[in-house]
Design a protein around this ligand. Structure first.
Ligand code: NAP
Length: 91
């Protein structure tokens, strides 16, 4: 069983990696530079290459102070469209 962790440098991504390591589970963890989840082609390519069994989607736009104003567009791109890219690739 192979796990894929997105948003690997974030708080949740790092905690998930610790848990996977502690349990000796096989995983690949990618930060935003290694995999931008808004890049649909890149997401599909990573899934094709890594063939994960389980995806732990920890990539997110988390600037809640900006999310409804100047961050609205990037919020939608990452949290809605990016997460949809992950879900579609997982299908
Ligand atoms: N922390 C908690 O206690 C907690 C609890 C429950 C649920 N959650 C949920 O877990 C998710 C992550 O939260 P967090 O606390 O870990 O936030 P975080 O520390 O801000 O981490 C989010 C990570 O997502 C990355 N990211 C942003 N845009 C991206 C993109 N386009 N492609 C790939 N990666 C991208 C960021 O990369 P950069 O560092 O490069 O910006 C960052 O490393 C959120 O949905 C949050 O609601 C968190």
């Amino acid at each position: 069983m192979k796990y894929l962790v997105t948003g690997a440098h974030g708080q949740l991504g790092q905690e998930l990696q610790k848990l996977l390591q502690e349990r000796g589970l096989s995983f690949v963890a990618l930060d935003s530079h290694q995999l931008d989840i808004t890049d649909r082609t890149a997401v599909l390519s990573v899934f094709a290459t890594e063939q994960p069994d389980v995806v732990l989607q920890a990539a997110a736009y988390t600037r809640v102070d900006l999310a409804e104003d100047e961050g609205r567009v990037i919020n939608w791109q990452v949290n809605v469209e990016g997460t949809k890219n992950i879900a579609d690739a997982a299908k």
